[in-house]
Design a protein around this ligand. Structure first.
Ligand SMILES: [Zn+2]
Length: 113
């Protein structure tokens, strides 16, 4: 089966199991993991999420693509990429930024005399 058709079928399967509050959270940008699948040619299972596509204004179903720092989900209807980085990646990047700013401030303070 073509991938996008399969995604659409899976969305129809998992979406009714979500509560209204979960659906509202998804509409507000939350991604909810609903399944793990191993598809043809894959070496293992991958997590699949239901998320909101602001472009076609609908629920969509996909697994994360790309490297961890630049991960995204693709809408199976309009192919729009939606940013998807796990929260801890953003936290790690924020921490690096804080460390960098502290180093820079120390350097500036030393050179200001
Ligand atoms: Zn879309």
């Amino acid at each position: 089966m073509e991938r996008f058709l399969l995604d659409a079928a899976q969305l129809r399967k998992y979406l009714p199991a979500l509560s209204e509050s979960q659906k509202n959270a998804i509409r507000n940008g939350k991604k909810i993991k609903v399944a793990e699948e191993q598809r043809e040619g894959w070496t293992g299972k991958l997590p699949f999420y239901i998320f909101w596509c602001p472009t076609c204004d609908n629920f969509s179903y996909d697994y994360p693509h790309g490297f961890i720092e630049t991960q995204y989900l693709t809408c199976h209807k309009c192919s729009k990429r939606i940013d998807f980085r796990p929260w801890w990646v953003e936290l790690a990047q924020l921490w690096e930024l804080i460390k960098w700013m502290c180093r820079r401030d120390k350097k500036n303070a030393g050179g200001a005399k």
